[in-house]
Write a protein that binds this ligand. Structure first.
Ligand SMILES: [Zn+2]
Length: 159
């Protein structure tokens, strides 16, 4: 405890204190801004809320809108992870990540600098030394994906 107090005493300079107070003030302003933000209006009416909450409601795939069972982990048509807890299950998580990486190489996403950087960083964290193989596929297909994103009507006839 004494060592810790000496460590703080040696490093507590005026600049550090000003920086800490500044960060605390910024955190307070951001917290207050989020807390006082107006609620967005609910886009669904009460009838829609009741239909979603009913026992007969069938979940749809978020990718292709195919109905699937409530206990299924992956869409039977497109293979997208649709289960509520897929990404928390160790075995299913592998397939969920694989599905995400396949999207990156197939080009079935909206190519932007942010999404491409996300694929690059995520593949580096997951594949480590094998990431260059994935990056070769990702970057090799990137011109086609960018064309498909920017000119979807022209590339639809090519596909
Ligand atoms: Zn699907």
């Amino acid at each position: 405890m004494i060592i810790l107090a000496e460590w703080f005493r040696d490093r507590m300079t005026a600049e550090l204190i000003v920086a800490l107070v500044g960060m605390a003030a910024i955190a307070f302003v951001v917290f207050r801004w989020i807390r006082e933000a107006p609620d967005r209006p609910d886009p669904w009416d009460e009838e829609m809320d009741q239909e979603i909450a009913s026992d007969q409601a069938q979940p749809l795939c978020c990718r292709c809108l195919t109905p699937h069972g409530p206990s299924e982990h992956f869409c039977p048509k497109c293979g997208a992870p649709v289960g509520d807890l897929v990404n928390f299950l160790p075995f299913e998580y592998i397939f969920s990540v694989g599905y995400l990486f396949r999207i990156g190489t197939s080009g079935d996403y909206r190519a932007s600098p942010l999404t491409v950087m996300g694929f690059i960083i995520f593949s580096l964290t997951k594949y480590s030394i094998f990431a260059p193989f994935y990056l070769a596929l990702l970057i090799g297909n990137l011109p086609t994906n960018i064309r498909r994103t920017n000119f979807p009507d022209q590339t639809a006839s090519i596909d």
